[in-house]
Design a protein around this ligand. Structure first.
Ligand code: PMP
Length: 390
């Protein structure tokens, strides 16, 4: 007989090809499918094949037993930063992890005090912030560090004996704004999360030159499934403590992933990286135009404002095109904005998941074109429907 096809919620019919009108617009997670078409176009040049007998060792070669990352891959990472102009890599160590996610905690480990008399190091951020900083720091429950929420709460403290680690996401998730640390001083260390500092999402005003910056392939090329990120680290001791963490945790990262990343970065670097960043920027720009357009006449919903700036990569002034919309329900009574959207069959991420007010919802703009079209259609319907008078 015919194979039984289990369709998901959005499709029906014998071969799951009929789009269902009940399909919710999923704008919840940041799965970066928006570059799928680019990679389909470059299917052959970006493909890797790994035979069964290849890359079986823990290390690269017997002479280089502790090598965490192939020299060739490291060279390409430095090159992509140089071409884009978003980070200075000279004089910095590079350490790779299973996504930025693994490196966030490796960095907290490396920057927290190892002197029990001044435990625990306080880990802070400024809302709205990426919730993983909190959930991960709490989940690992180390006696060395503790998540303490808002950075500003540490501002007026005269206590300079405890160490503080401040997470700064720039451009930020969810707002897509450039952020600066709010804390400084000899006892403060900063972890810069630079996941979104690529021309896909923002003008590049100049190269980041920080003690510790974290990047990820997930948002750069969309290969979130490969689980690959890297940190640029100035200080040798911090680098060594992060390396120690990686060794204890996973003995470094997958060689298969490293091979694939090298192939992907080679395609990114073709033609001075114009094609991929051009493609990514065009898609994001188009999505922002459509989104701003659909909400232009709404006084119920507003979007974040992100100022245009000079971009040293494109040699011109351009507007940011952030990965997420930080939508606000302006009416006082819409105190659960995500429910308001849910009633229009739109799934977003509510404000309190960023330690922010629930008048806000984050909408992901980096999913597939179908997801985005569905989002726009549902928003359009919502803003053009008069509320029922009871
Ligand atoms: N930092 C930020 C600010 C992010 O938004 C994300 C992904 N959503 C990450 C880190 C994690 O990225 P990765 O996939 O590399 O673990």
């Amino acid at each position: 007989g015919k194979p039984v096809c289990e369709c998901n919620l959005c499709y029906s019919g014998p071969d799951c090809s009929n789009f269902s009108p009940d399909c919710p617009a999923d704008a919840n997670d940041g799965d970066p499918y928006y570059l799928e078409e680019f990679w389909k176009k470059h299917a052959a040049s970006s493909a890797v094949m790994v035979s069964g007998w290849h890359r079986m060792s823990y290390s690269y070669s017997f002479s280089d037993q502790y090598c965490q990352i192939s020299e060739e891959l490291e060279k390409h990472i430095r090159k992509v930063h140089e071409v884009v102009g978003n980070a200075i890599t000279d004089g910095k160590y590079i350490i790779c992890g299973a996504g930025a996610t693994q490196l966030l905690n490796a960095a907290v480990h490396a920057l927290s005090s190892n002197n029990p008399s001044i435990f625990p190091t306080r880990v802070v951020a400024t809302a709205p912030y990426y919730k993983v900083y909190q959930t991960q720091t709490e989940y690992f429950e180390s006696n060395r560090y503790r998540f303490e929420g808002e950075a500003s709460a540490c501002m007026n403290g005269s206590d300079t004996t405890t160490n503080i680690i401040e997470f700064v996401t720039s451009p930020s998730n969810p707002e897509g704004q450039f952020k600066r640390p709010v804390l400084s001083g000899p006892n403060v260390k900063t972890i810069y999360d630079r996941a979104y500092y690529w021309p896909n999402f923002t003008p590049i005003p100049g190269p980041a030159d920080e003690d510790l910056s974290i990047f990820t392939i997930s948002k750069l090329t969309g290969h979130a499934g490969s689980r690959f990120g890297w940190a640029l680290v100035k200080d040798k001791e911090v680098y060594e403590r992060m390396t120690e963490y990686l060794n204890e945790n996973t003995v470094g990262i997958s060689k298969d992933t490293q091979l694939r990343m090298l192939k992907i970065l080679k395609v990114v670097l073709e033609d001075g990286s114009k094609e991929m960043f051009g493609f990514a920027h065009r898609i994001m720009k188009n999505r922002w135009e459509r989104l701003r357009d659909v909400l232009a006449h709404s006084d119920r919903f507003s979007l974040q404002q992100t100022p245009a700036q000079y971009c040293t990569f494109t040699h011109g002034v351009r507007e940011p095109t952030p990965a997420y919309a930080w939508l606000k329900c302006e009416k006082e009574e819409d105190e659960n904005c995500s429910d308001v959207l849910r009633s229009a069959n739109i799934i977003g991420r509510k404000g309190d998941l960023f330690n922010a007010d629930n008048h806000y919802v984050r909408l992901s703009l980096i999913r597939t074109e179908d997801d985005f079209d569905n989002l726009i259609n549902r928003l359009h319907k919502m803003v053009n429907t008069k509320p029922r008078v009871l």
